[in-house]
Design a protein around this ligand. Structure first.
Ligand code: CTP
Length: 399
């Protein structure tokens, strides 16, 4: 099912519901908005109707709806999200009151329910509100915690609606999670590494980190615990993902090994520098002193080390090739004892490094291969993780 019901209550943060709708639409999800009567004092229902392309629901007895709309709609949705949720709607849902469309609908819904509260900090922390939240949690309702920041009452404190991005990412995890990823730790590396010569000069590469970030985001949506170990890139970290920032290949190596024992899957999408300077200086080297023959040495191959030490972890590597894609990628897979290798042609300008799109081949040790044709890095990551999910399921079946 590709529909979300979005309940909107009367909070000043109601305007953020517009961004929430847009973010769902980008994920190809339709949104049906349900407003409380009081919310219509802030924004007219027509606003959400125009944005969502579907008639906004406010009243239980509205001739424009199907005769028993709250039951019909409950069967069509994969999630009920209430954002923003006020203290009043939370109290109503906790006590099972059904005196308007939203509260009645809540009782009819069988899909997951997610609530994003927004209110003054004192109201949020009030023992009655907290007791209501606990009661709903005990009934399986999930919450996106409000954040600290500037509140409409002029105070600064907790109680502000979480960001639309965080609310949507948490929603997607509730819709897309798959049992095979539950309680599994997936380690993803992303971006370039930087090998310094001195405090101001370094050796690096053109990796943007986009592919690794997308893989981390998608792994979180599928229900995994995710650690993203990233080199120097400035992208917005994905919601719910633990981020470790490193600079050099040696730092990346140490960070990966910190999690290796607990990991079920390691995806090395980082473009780890293959070389570093044999000698480095803690002070800036003056140009007169700089010899033109700087000596380089190989960095440790993290993936190869992981391959030799693996005990049940599923290892995924990347290969950036300019020719003989299949032969070279397959050689790397064998040498590094990988379970899957993702290979792309870096001589092409339209995909890969720094681009939003990619086209990759997947190769498996048993000779199987698959092309993921040119598409967004988001879609490519979804496909890669679907394959990883299938491999995890297969392993479970074999044990
Ligand atoms: N990798 C690693 N440690 C390194 C170098 C690379 O873990 N020191 C990982 C990368 O994260 C990637 C894969 O190994 O998953 C890439 O293998 P590599 O042998 O570096 O191949 P290419 O980058 O494709 O380059 P080349 O063909 O020049 O070796």
């Amino acid at each position: 099912m590709n529909k979300i019901a979005l309940g909107v209550a009367s909070s000043i943060s109601i305007y953020k519901a517009a961004d929430i709708i847009r973010l769902f639409q980008k994920e190809d999800l339709a949104v049906r908005v349900i407003m409380t009567e009081k919310a219509t004092r802030f924004i007219q229902p027509d606003f959400f109707t125009a944005l969502s392309g579907e008639e906004t629901i406010v009243n239980l007895f509205d001739r424009r709806q199907r005769p028993i709309e709250h039951i019909a709609l409950a069967d069509e949705i994969s999630l009920l999200l209430i954002a923003p949720a006020t203290a009043n709607i939370i109290a109503k849902l906790a006590s099972g009151l059904a005196d308007d469309f939203l509260s009645t609908f809540y009782l009819a819904v069988k899909s997951p329910v997610l609530i994003a509260p927004a209110m003054n900090e004192a109201m949020f922390l009030h023992p009655q509100t907290q007791a209501n939240i606990k009661k709903l949690r005990d009934n399986g309702v999930e919450f996106v915690e409000p954040e600290a920041g500037y509140l409409a009452c002029g105070q600064t404190g907790g109680g502000r609606l979480a960001s639309p991005e965080k609310i949507v990412q948490t929603s997607l995890r509730l819709i897309r999670r798959q049992p095979v990823f539950k309680d599994k730790l997936i380690v993803v590396t992303a971006g370039p590494t930087r090998e310094s010569l001195d405090p101001v000069r370094f050796l690096s590469n053109r990796s943007s980190g986009k592919m690794g970030y997308e893989l981390a985001r998608q792994a979180y949506q599928l229900g995994a615990e995710v650690v993203l170990i990233k080199g120097p890139v400035e992208l917005e970290p994905p919601t719910g993902v633990k981020v470790e920032t490193v600079v050099s290949s040696e730092e990346m190596r140490q960070a990966v090994f910190k999690y290796y024992d607990q990991a079920s899957v390691v995806i090395m999408s980082a473009a780890v520098s293959d070389f570093r300077f044999r000698q480095t200086s803690l002070k800036k080297i003056r140009k007169e002193k700089l010899t033109l023959n700087l000596e380089l040495e190989r960095t440790p191959d993290i993936l190869e080390e992981l391959g030799h030490l693996k005990r049940g972890q599923l290892l995924v590597g990347f290969a950036a090739e300019t020719a003989d894609l299949k032969t070279r990628a397959s050689d790397k897979m064998k040498r590094k004892k990988l379970d899957l290798i993702v290979a792309n042609d870096v001589s092409r300008e339209d995909i890969g490094f720094g681009r939003d799109e990619n086209e990759v081949y997947l190769f498996w040790p048993d000779g199987r291969e698959r092309l993921i044709g040119k598409t967004s890095k988001r879609k490519v990551s979804q496909e890669i993780l679907t394959e990883i999910g299938a491999m995890l399921n297969e392993r479970k079946g074999n044990n």
